[in-house]
Write a protein that binds this ligand. Sequence first.
Ligand code: G4P
Length: 195
Amino acid sequence: MKQLQDKIMQDGKVLSDQVLKVDSFLNHQIDPPLMKAVGEEFAERFKESGITKVLSIESSGIAPAMMTGLVLGVPAIFARKRKSLTMSNHLYTADVHSFTKNETNEISVSKDFLKKGDKVLILDDFLANGQAVLGLLDIVEQAEAELVGVAIVIEKGFQPGGAMIREKGIRVESLAILESLADGKVKFKEEGPSL
Ligand code: G4P
């Protein structure tokens, strides 16, 4: 998606050959027109899939998930990393290990919002090692819902998550795929296969 790639080139900061900082438009401050365009793009790519729910994870997945839900006309749900005061035990839970942070979080989604018969699009801001997506997949399976695909704003193509999820036969649509962050420069992989 050209608008996103341009924004990454303009405002993204390469912190190391592993990490891209995008907190001026995605991870901290949010650029609403860009998020709207992201939502429109995902909605267009998945318009034939009959999606009934967009499922993401707090916190940075929420903005693009909400815009995608808005355009598709369906709710957006985000898995919580910490249980809220009002959450009961009526939950689907999964463990998500972050290699980057070396910690494991239990994520949870209320059983009220994801059900058998739902057609679910999993959506997240970054795809790196793929652990967050695996946790969300686990929750979709527990709900006996149907997965239609995985939507990612920025995929780090040099980390294993994308290949691991595609190897399961899952459709993955990433709006920008980073081929490398070497020498302080962002290099994009040109449009890759979606499967
Ligand atoms: P994984 O889920 O694909 O296995 O990712 P990993 O454990 O490597 O990443 C943990 C956190 O770091 C995730 O955010 C992920 O989005 C983020 N992350 C990974 N690589 C990058 C990067 O190059 N740049 C930025 N900006 N973030 C990266 P999180 O802890 O869940 O944070 P948030 O959603 O609350 O913002």
